[in-house]
Design a protein around this ligand. Structure first.
Ligand code: NAD
Ligand code: UD2
Length: 335
């Protein structure tokens, strides 16, 4: 729609300013500017890499608490700062067509150990981002987690299934979803929350006490060390490869327009730890020594997401099977 010719020049200028601004808000333009919080971390650095490859401009804010500067190209616009630094966040948000909010204390155990400080990042930090997004109604695509479902056994978990947060981390992620909804309803900030299931890929730190099972297994295998399975190995997870997660994030940016949505980002397929172990033996073509230890306290037995809503809203479907993702990872030898 073009401006009515009966409008004054000032009104026409205002109209163009307004519409150019809203055009700038469409994040799938050929060359958009994206703000990534937590962009030096595992998922964020892969996202930055893909956006740069697609000729977008990327701005990163990350306090490097777990992220690494070397995960990113040296010439990227990088701010080593906390997401709670509101004046900086507001300045950066003004430059962005959309924001991917991934910064968090991502370890469940660390959040239990450091309840108050992790809450400051995981919830207050998210509100800091949403509050900054209010000014220009900047779309925000943010990371939630399958942890919000807790030990819900109604598999595959659809988005309406009961949320049973069993940790400080999960409670904060669920609260992020509630605040994102407020941002949308009350302040017209388009938001999409993605409940990531168990993500794996390069740049996952295998050395932290909070590492996930896949980087730990791959590290041990590379160093000819035995692997340990906690419990009988029949517990299962919905493991999703990093490339699929990046596709999901980009699809979310494309569809992040007016409403607020929360979606699973998963494969819809369950694999047991025993299956994971067998796949790794097949890929490495080696016998891997495996020890069994008692199950971890509070370990969830099974987790698997329903993929329907992500398919419906984002036209997203994970493409990489666990076997092929692991094979790719093993061949790259960087975990
Ligand atoms: P990560 O630890 O590699 O990345 C998080 C990044 O946030 C790090 O670079 C860290 O330095 C940064 N950060 C932390 N606190 C910050 C703060 N206060 N200010 C600025 N930067 C800060 O973790 P990841 O696996 O890449 O996770 C990304 C997001 O996805 C997180 O929100 C996490 O909760 C969520 N998630 C991940 C998984 C998974 O399997 N990896 C599963 C579910 C949800
Ligand atoms: C993951 C996340 C957690 C949270 C949760 C959401 C990590 C490290 N944990 O927990 O933060 O998002 O998903 O539901 O990303 N295991 C072994 N041997 C090992 C290590 C692990 O048997 O050496 C088992 C472990 O007991 C569990 C399974 O492998 O049954 C997966 O463990 P995980 O820590 O990779 O992931 P999860 O789902 O427990």
């Amino acid at each position: 729609m073009y401006p009515n010719t009966l409008l004054s020049q000032t009104e026409i200028n205002l109209w163009y300013n307004y519409n150019n601004r809203s055009l700038k808000r469409i994040p799938h333009l050929n060359m958009a500017t994206y703000l990534i919080t937590g962009g030096a971390g595992f998922i964020g650095s892969h996202l930055a890499e893909r956006l740069l490859k697609d000729n977008h401009e990327v701005i990163i804010i990350d306090n490097l608490s777990t992220g690494k500067r070397e995960n990113l190209p040296s010439n990227i616009k990088f701010y080593q700062e906390d997401i709670c630094h509101q004046s900086l966040v507001r300045t950066l948000m003004r430059k962005a067509d959309a924001c991917f909010h991934l910064a968090a204390v991502a370890s469940v155990q660390k959040c239990q150990d450091q309840w108050l400080t992790s809450h400051q990042t995981n919830l207050t930090g998210t509100i800091s981002i949403l509050n900054a997004a209010k000014e220009n109604h900047t779309p925000v695509i943010y990371a939630s987690s399958s942890a919000v479902y807790g030990d819900n056994t109604q598999l595959p978990l659809n988005e309406l299934a009961d949320k049973i947060p069993l940790s400080a981390y999960a409670a904060d992620k669920l609260a992020c979803e509630l605040h994102a909804n407020v941002a949308s309803q009350a302040f017209n900030v388009p938001t999409i929350g993605l409940r990531f299931f168990n993500v794996y890929g390069t740049r996952q730190d295998p050395n932290s006490p909070y590492s996930g099972v896949i980087p730990i297994f791959l590290k041990n295998i590379t160093n000819n060390q035995p692997i340990t399975i906690f419990g009988d190995g029949q517990q299962s997870r919905d493991f999703i490869f990093i490339d699929d997660v990046i596709d999901g994030l980009l699809a979310a940016a494309k569809h992040c327009n007016c409403q607020s949505h929360v979606l699973n980002l998963c494969t819809g397929k369950q694999s047991t730890l025993i299956e994971l172990y067998q796949m790794l033996e097949k890929i490495t073509q080696n016998k891997i020594e495996c020890r069994f230890k008692p199950a971890r306290q509070g370990d969830i037995l099974h987790s698997c997401g329903n993929t329907k809503k992500a398919k419906q809203i984002l036209n997203f479907e994970a493409k990489v099977s666990l076997y092929h993702g692991l094979k790719q990872l093993y061949n790259l030898h960087q975990f």
